[in-house]
Design a protein around this ligand. Structure first.
Ligand SMILES: Cc1cc2nc3c(=O)[nH]c(=O)nc-3n(C[C@H](O)[C@H](O)[C@H](O)COP(=O)(O)OP(=O)(O)OC[C@H]3O[C@@H](n4cnc5c(N)ncnc54)[C@H](O)[C@@H]3O)c2cc1C
Length: 361
């Protein structure tokens, strides 16, 4: 595997548990920082919880929604909506589980991938060549493996994110509460996620609107009263959603997680996609059948992404309607059920009421 994020480590865990000799290469050594909100929907929590004790920093029971800083809407739930993790802790925990299952995890940057009918070679930065039967590319949204496979993406966004040190009074004010702001740039939104002493705040918008996105982040922080907090991290990262017919495999090389452009198109939630596609990839290569990975992904994640694309298109045109829908019992029920992992957008949009509402938008 190339990449030791949730996708590569899920793959490493599944392959090693199936008895395959498994090597996971990452240019960084865990624990390492990763630009990410660290919000786990129920689907992610269930997938990761099946193999590790998930290091949850905070569980969210209250959601505040605003529309460009206005029209505040508050929703509360008895059951947690999202579970917040610090990615450095979460990924390090997954890494230990993969190693315990028998995978070898090594720090090395992969520079290129080569393959012939008999095997695959990862060429490392120092020129060393590592050869195996299959290679799973899980090196994130701008990695070498996506280029090798020829992954094509439609929606590319820029996420800007800060980790803010929260003094005790603010820590209490934000405990168990998140904020989501539907943004002024078409398709954009901002978030504040609490993590017991740290607030992760960020915005995401279509790539190519960098100055506007930065200005949106500054305004969003000021509106949330967080503009003056100490910045522990300040970073940005691209997210990419695959085109519906983009390849997932080239010969003996398959791609998973962000490297494959597997991401929920509307919310840009990617951890559940990484965990699930990584596990499918590990099972497929351990069985010596890389082709079965493609059909498994299309059947499950493909349908979810198709629904997400429809939601994204409608949200980009009508953010106000989405905000208003959350104020209605069916709208809130649907969103909360998605967050808790009780349903998917694909399942919801198979229901006539939701599908008709979306068509009207
Ligand atoms: C601002 C922002 C906020 C987000 N918030 C959320 C959220 O709250 N919830 C959610 O579910 N999703 C969120 N996402 C998406 C989520 O972060 C990704 O979908 C997820 O990290 C994908 O996991 P992955 O394992 O595919 O890739 P990654 O987590 O990116 O891991 C890739 C790994 O590959 C390694 N690597 C890269 N290149 C090489 C190389 N050449 N050689 C060796 N190793 C290499 C990297 O060091 C890294 O460890 C967010 C994304 C962004 C940008």
């Amino acid at each position: 595997m190339v990449g030791a994020g949730p996708a590569g480590l899920s793959c490493g865990y599944a392959a090693a548990r199936s008895g395959a000799r498994t090597l996971v290469l990452d240019r960084a050594t865990h624990p390492r920082y990763k630009t990410c909100g660290g919000g786990l929907i129920g689907t992610s929590l269930a997938a990761a919880g099946a193999r590790v004790a998930v290091p949850v920093a905070e569980r969210v029971h209250e959601a505040v929604f605003t529309l460009a800083g206005r029209r505040r809407l508050v929703r509360r739930t008895a059951e947690p909506l999202l579970s917040m993790v610090r990615r450095e802790e979460f990924d390090a925990t997954l890494c230990n589980a993969a190693a315990d299952a028998g995978a070898v995890v090594r720090t090395a940057r992969v520079r290129a991938v080569e393959q012939d009918p008999d095997g695959v070679t990862a060429v490392l930065a120092d020129g060393e060549r590592v050869t195996g039967r299959f290679l799973v590319g899980a090196d994130g949204s701008a990695g070498v493996t996506a280029r090798h496979v020829g992954v094509r993406c439609t929606d590319v966004d820029l996420g800007l994110e800060l980790e803010l040190a929260a003094p005790p009074a603010l820590r209490d004010a934000w405990r168990g509460r998140l904020l989501i702001d539907w943004g002024p740039i078409p398709g954009s939104y901002g978030w504040v996620f609490p993590k017991d002493g740290v607030l992760t705040a960020g915005v995401i918008a279509e790539r190519g609107t960098g100055d506007q996105t930065r200005a949106y982040l500054d305004r969003f922080l000021a509106q949330a009263g967080l503009g003056a907090l100490e910045r522990i991290q300040d970073s940005g990262h691209l997210t990419r959603c695959r085109a519906a017919d983009s390849p997932l495999r080239r010969g003996r090389v398959i791609v998973a997680g962000d490297a494959a452009g597997l991401l929920e198109p509307w919310t840009r939630e990617g951890i559940s996609y990484a965990l699930r596609s990584g596990a499918l990839a590990g099972e497929a290569v351990a069985a010596g059948d890389a082709a079965r990975y493609e059909s498994a992904v299309e059947e499950t994640l493909g349908a979810e992404m198709a629904a997400g694309r429809r939601l994204r298109a409608a949200f980009t045109r009508r953010p106000l309607a989405f905000h208003a829908a959350l104020a209605t019992p069916p709208g809130w029920r649907a969103f909360a059920a998605f967050c808790r992992g009780e349903t998917t957008f694909a399942t919801l949009l198979r229901r006539r009421a939701y599908s008709t509402a979306l068509r009207l938008l």
